[in-house]
Design a protein around this ligand. Structure first.
Ligand SMILES: NC(=O)c1ccc[n+]([C@@H]2O[C@H](COP(=O)([O-])OP(=O)(O)OC[C@H]3O[C@@H](n4cnc5c(N)ncnc54)[C@H](O)[C@@H]3O)[C@@H](O)[C@H]2O)c1
Length: 336
């Protein structure tokens, strides 16, 4: 069955890494077709809207999108388009698998990391409800609902069960935010009680940061609110070699958007040197979501083969450009 995917090339390195990823996905010959749609700073310059209605409609219509990173102005300007996409489409679960990969000539800080950050994606401190109370005093509202907390808890336990994982850890700050994080924790705990065969524990977010940089191999599925998940997943990406290697999926009931964890990398944009691995691995997650399990396994194996070879991008100590690396992944597909 042919599947149309909405493609958001995005800003900065987005067009370079989406091109590399689409080339690999096309090489799998699955009959995927692409409907390109604007979003981000480029769309804002062209249309005055960083998230045109037609783009949202295209994602809804096709049910699945592959997305490059989008610029979010800091401290001013338009609201985060990423946050808007996730809220508008109710993409409530942000899944960020972090796994050590064997890379020639490159030693990550840890050899044996294999965890998944499951981040609540629609509320918390990213609700966008903030204002100046009076001059010199700003207020930001953190919204936590029982329904969303339970839903993300159920998602985390279902994922852990499906993937045969050992444990789920809820990450929180309920010692200080007793009401909001307390509600999150109670909701996840209630879900945990329905999964007696899955190990479950709870760790305060600051302690979690320390434990993760000391012993990441001890953790499996981590479930947490929006802000903690955003920060923790970048930290976790650093454990395995950096942002160039960390994929993600934003999942709702009937719509999904796959993207790298990293941003637009303005410092290297336009130079053709960005590492497209994170977006390619997001493509692997997308194929699994679409039920193309064999193709996903082939693509992931080709990425691993390329990483184990001698064509590497600069962030991993190599000298290859983005498209030369994509060539190596395609060659590994052909050889596999
Ligand atoms: N999902 C998204 O669209 C998303 C996510 C995070 C940040 N952003 C946006 O991206 C912009 C830049 O943010 P930032 O600089 O804080 O973070 P960033 O992730 O863009 O870059 C951080 C560092 O990592 C490097 N890096 C990132 N991706 C890389 C890749 N694929 N290959 C090689 N090196 C890579 C960059 O060169 C930079 O040194 C901001 O506007 C921010 O809002 C968007």
């Amino acid at each position: 069955m042919s599947q149309t995917i909405t493609l958001l090339p995005g800003d900065g390195i987005g067009p370079e890494i989406t091109r590399a990823t689409v080339r690999v996905l096309d090489a799998l010959d699955l009959g995927l077709s692409w409907e390109e749609a604007p979003a981000g700073h480029g769309a804002f310059e062209a249309t005055g809207d960083p998230l045109p209605v037609a783009t949202l409609e295209a994602i809804r219509r096709n049910g699945v999108a592959l997305k490059g990173p989008l610029t979010t102005p800091v401290g001013q300007g338009f609201r985060s388009v990423n946050v808007r996409i996730r809220k508008e489409l109710d993409l409530y679960a942000n899944v960020r698998p972090i796994r050590t990969r064997a890379i020639q000539g490159f030693s990550p800080r840890f050899e044996n990391v294999n965890l998944v950050v499951v981040r609540e994606n629609t509320e918390g401190l990213y609700s966008g409800l903030e204002h100046m109370v009076v001059e010199g005093v700003a207020e930001s509202l953190k919204i936590v609902t029982e329904a969303a907390s339970r839903r993300i808890g159920e998602f985390a336990f279902a994922l852990a069960t499906r993937e045969g994982r050992r444990s789920v850890t809820a990450v929180h700050k309920a010692n200080i935010m007793k009401i909001s994080d307390g509600l999150f924790l109670r909701s996840v705990r209630a879900v945990a009680e329905r999964f007696p065969d899955m190990a479950y524990d709870e760790v305060i977010v600051d302690a979690m940061c320390m434990r993760l940089v000391l012993h990441p191999e001890r953790f499996d599925v981590l479930v947490m609110g929006n802000l903690y998940g955003d920060i923790m997943s970048d930290l976790a990406a650093g454990l395995i070699g950096g942002l160039g290697l960390a994929p993600s999926g934003n999942l709702g009931e009937s719509t999904a958007v796959f993207e790298a964890v990293h941003g637009t990398a303005p410092d290297i944009a336009g130079q053709g040197v960005a590492n497209p691995t994170a977006l390619m691995l997001s493509g692997v997650l997308m194929l699994r979501y679409l039920g193309h399990d064999d193709a996903a396994t082939r693509m992931e194996a080709a990425i691993d083969a390329a990483l184990a070879g001698d064509v590497r991008t600069g962030d991993l100590g190599g000298t290859a450009g983005t498209q030369a690396y994509a060539d190596a992944v395609i060659a590994a597909l052909d050889a596999g």
